[in-house]
Design a protein around this ligand. Sequence first.
Ligand SMILES: [Zn+2]
Length: 457
Amino acid sequence: MKLGLVAAFAIGTGFALALVLGFQTIWNKPPAPQAIARVADWQPSQMQILGSLDKSPSSVFVETVELAPVLRDYDPPTPPDLNIALPQIAPPTLIWSGEISAGETLDALLSKAGLSARDRAEVALALEAEYDLRRLKPGYRLEVETSTLGALQRVVLSVEAGVQIEAVFLDRITTRRITPEPELIEHAADTTVQTSISATLASAGIPARFAVDLAEMLGGTVDFRRDLKGGERLQLMWRETMVGDEMIAQPSLSFATLTVDESIYEIIWPEDDSGNATIMIDGELLRVFAQPVNGARLSSVYGNRRHPIYGDIRMHTGVDFAAPRGTPVYATAPGRISYIGQRGGYGLVVEIAHGSDTMTLYSHLDSVPNELSVGQRLSAGDNIGRVGSTGTATGPNLHYEVRVDGRPTNPMTEDFLASAEGQIDKRADILPRLESLRAQFTALLDLDDPHSNPERL
Ligand SMILES: [Zn+2]
């Protein structure tokens, strides 16, 4: 009897316990994912509870309507922080990468990556949408991404100047060009002229091409061979356009000073592709150079030189500006067109008369605007044609000449071009710029000493 009571009690307790456990099951339901709701608003779905407790002894109890309000009023504990980055669920892929070697075709490289002929053709077609594949060079990298089943997914071609061509092969093929953001880096150097300007630049780790830029600006004023005896102070400030460690454009001078026989020459290059270069002497304006091609580099100066095609020493009667074919060419001073047409080795030429004794000549032109005609009046800066390589030329360039009384003269010393444009009046504008360039140079020099930077050597 006693035993029976105990047993009944035990069963009763067990049943009650089971009920409590039933509750606990409900209360301990894992918290809702954070994304679903704020915890205070959250209530478990009835359907889910019934489902999960189905066939358990307490399921009947849970089904009762009375229980629902209790659950709703219950303020569950703060759930654990679920703000953990979930692993990316991406299907596994295989990545093959290789480099184009000398004489290798894109197709051969894609074969190495294990692509079928059909996929190889598709890749070539996709890449060609954004890149001329004839420009491929040894050393360019290719990355091919395929699924584990071998399905082509993505191709990335890394070409010059940090540019990448990406083709994605999903339901449809998309190709895009990824161009890195270039960085402009300013440099300054303070050196002393040794045997020559070029030797000085070379030993200081400064771009050698600046010797031509300096000759362009000062060649007509300072005789680099006779006037430079060594020991002259040369200061330069320039810009380099970088993508990572790679220089993607030619470095360009912004400011230079050269002290010769107690005279200080200061050269200010235009800030952008437009505008004129200015030369100062002891703080006074010496010359403004009107450029027939904006932003172009002088590739050959006036005077005796070894001819690039004939190989012998010949007088170079003008200055050459190397620029891409099609670059606009401008009149350097106001005048009247005296000739348009072919002139032997000069190719297609435009000649402009400035008064009775002076003329300018623009040659190797690719084209001349249709509306241009002989006798027409022009202002300085009017477009008179486009850079080309007609006549005897090694590549697209403008050969520019200034003739006085029929004889070629050094365009860099022809002051008439500067004064004709009224550039002398711009003196007031150039002084603040000169001040800021001097300050910038001093500040940069403290940061950037090419002598102490072995990477520059
Ligand atoms: Zn020339």
